[in-house]
Design a protein around this ligand. Structure first.
Ligand code: GLC
Ligand code: MG
Length: 538
């Protein structure tokens, strides 16, 4: 037994062995009572993350920003926003994380800057500014209209007129987030320097924001209408996006970013891409052996799968399609939630989310958890008059807003859930007196213990990380698969149906989603909506 739990895959890079944990720093832990989370706050919680069993923390942007998109509008890439701390705080954070065996991944907001960034301020000064070409400027179309029909994610045209110089500039997001022009080699070099800056300060990798949007069509052609558009879909999806998404030259830029990481040799920093595309296009973001790009692009299929399609059949097909799309050796990366989408427990309910976490943490590939999901945190209600995320509110046509998935982390039952001593920037979810870390630590069957058990199980058993994956045909309603390496064989069985089911397999139950029958040996029987991890008899 002992030798089995001793992890024997040191040949794998850390980003394959370990799970990633996304921290939205504004909402994680405040240290100074201003109601906004910060880096020193996160530092205080590193012991929690180490206890939980994740191996790396991805921190969304903490750089100086006017916060039109809460950090995703960067006005200085090489500094820390005063509300988040200082560069020295980042340095300490990285050091203390490393001391605990945790890695630190930072966000690379490469597609656009803030309109307050000195680069843009200079660019917009005149048509002859030396930095004019760092952004995408175009003359107006007929009768002063925008240069073409491209749409912004956050509503309205992707072009804004600069009256001073009489030209439009491109922004795939807010007008306050002008797109950089990656056809200009100086821009590529500037972003390479940003990467080096954070590597020198202890970062272990990057999540490239909007990685599938870096370059657009050089002929600025109009995009065609989307025949599948229906009311209720995002306004931007009225069009198809052959000219603003997934441009071949985007891959050229990502190869350059990756090459900078390769300079680090043994440190093995990771490059992860935010890419919302179907599998066939998604897998191109790995690049090739000769010209690698991302170590893996996030696979958002489980985030995008509507709740009524979380069935064994759909999930089995999805996992197989992803597998078939990847070339041999391309490492998978799964996600259940993030700061842009409704929380998994809101989408699937508590038992659905428990099943989803077993799936996330036993599928081959690197799992990414979103802060608070390990407690089963659900979306907060958003008062339409007090929306902070105006951009996201417009993106979803006022039907949903990202504030809901960004409410403060629920640490304990004290006022404001232990997140802050001041007034939190977003209201704490009212269920915090019952749903919080301290309460769930004491309850051996809590969501928190389920996620923790799964993380440590994955960490301790190479078969669950790098073992072969085989779907097992069996009972309708049950998603079952084996993970196998050497003499270790595991069966994961997830009963998405509301009937009890008996499988033709025997072994020892190592974990149930209910955490109430560990150690049971014999035939594998699943209760309705129960998931099991079973160690099979050799
Ligand atoms: C990414 C981020 C999102 C942000 C957008 C623009 O999609 O995850 O939060 O609004 O990029 O930077
Ligand atoms: Mg603070």
């Amino acid at each position: 037994m002992a030798e089995e739990t001793n992890f024997r895959a040191p040949e794998l890079p850390w980003w394959q062995r370990e799970a990633l944990y996304e921290v939205y720093p504004r909402s994680f832990q405040d240290s100074d009572g201003d109601g906004v989370g910060d880096l020193p706050g996160l530092l205080q919680r590193l012991d929690y993350l180490a206890w939980l069993g994740v191996g790396a923390v991805w921190i969304t942007p903490f750089y100086p920003s006017p916060n039109r998109d809460f950090g995703y509008d960067v006005s200085d890439y090489c500094a820390v926003d005063p509300s988040m701390g200082t560069l020295a705080d980042f340095h300490r954070l990285a050091e203390e994380a490393h001391r605990r065996g945790l890695r630190v991944v930072v966000d690379l907001v490469a597609n656009h800057t803030s309109s307050d960034h000195p680069w843009f301020v200079e660019s917009r000064k005149s048509r002859h500014s030396p930095r004019r070409d760092w952004y995408v400027w175009r003359d107006p179309g007929p009768r002063g209209s925008p240069p073409n029909n491209w749409l912004s994610f956050f509503g309205g045209p992707a072009w804004t007129l600069d009256p001073e110089t009489g030209q439009y500039y491109l922004h795939q997001f807010l007008p306050e987030q002008p797109d950089l022009n990656y056809r200009n080699p100086e821009v590529v070099r500037a972003m390479e320097d940003v990467i080096r800056f954070w590597l020198d300060r202890g970062a272990d990798g990057f999540r490239v924001d909007a990685a599938w949007l870096l370059v657009e069509d050089e002929h600025f052609r109009d995009e065609p209408p989307n025949p599948a558009w229906r009311p209720g879909m995002r306004e931007r999806d009225r069009l198809l996006h052959p000219y603003t998404e997934d441009h071949p030259d985007t891959h050229r830029v990502l190869r350059r970013f990756r090459a900078v990481l390769e300079e680090c040799g043994d440190r093995q920093p990771v490059l992860i891409g935010e890419v919302y595309l179907p599998f066939a296009q998604l897998v191109r973001y790995y690049g090739t052996r000769e010209e690698p790009e991302c170590h893996f692009p996030f696979n958002f299929a489980l985030v995008d799968l509507p709740a009524d399609r979380w069935s064994a059949a759909e999930l089995g097909a999805l996992v197989e399609a992803y597998d078939a799309a990847r070339a041999t050796g391309a490492w998978p990366g799964w996600v259940l939630g993030n700061h842009d989408r409704p929380r998994v427990a809101t989408r699937l309910g508590e038992d659905g989310s428990r099943l989803a976490h077993v799936l996330l943490l036993t599928l081959p590939g690197t799992p990414t958890l979103y802060y608070g999901d390990e407690l089963g945190m659900v979306d907060g209600a958003v008062d339409p008059h007090r929306v902070r995320d105006q951009a996201g509110f417009r993106e979803w046509g006022g039907r949903w807003c990202r504030d809901a998935a960004r409410t403060p982390m629920q640490w304990d039952a004290s006022p404001h859930a232990g997140f802050t001593t001041g007034e939190p920037w977003l209201p704490v979810h009212p269920d915090f007196p019952e749903r919080n870390v301290t309460a769930q630590e004491k309850d051996p069957r809590s969501f928190l213990h389920l996620v923790r058990r799964l993380l440590w199980l994955r960490r301790s058993h190479p078969a669950l990380v790098a073992g072969e994956f085989v779907l097992v045909e069996g009972e309708a309603g049950v998603l079952a698969y084996r993970r196998q390496q050497g003499r270790q064989a595991w069966l994961v069985a997830l009963n998405f149906s509301t009937r009890p089911v008996r499988l033709a397999a025997e072994g020892e139950v190592v974990l149930s989603t209910h955490l109430d029958r560990e150690g049971f040996e014999g035939n594998v029987e699943l209760r309705p909506r129960e998931g099991l991890v079973v160690r099979l008899r050799p």
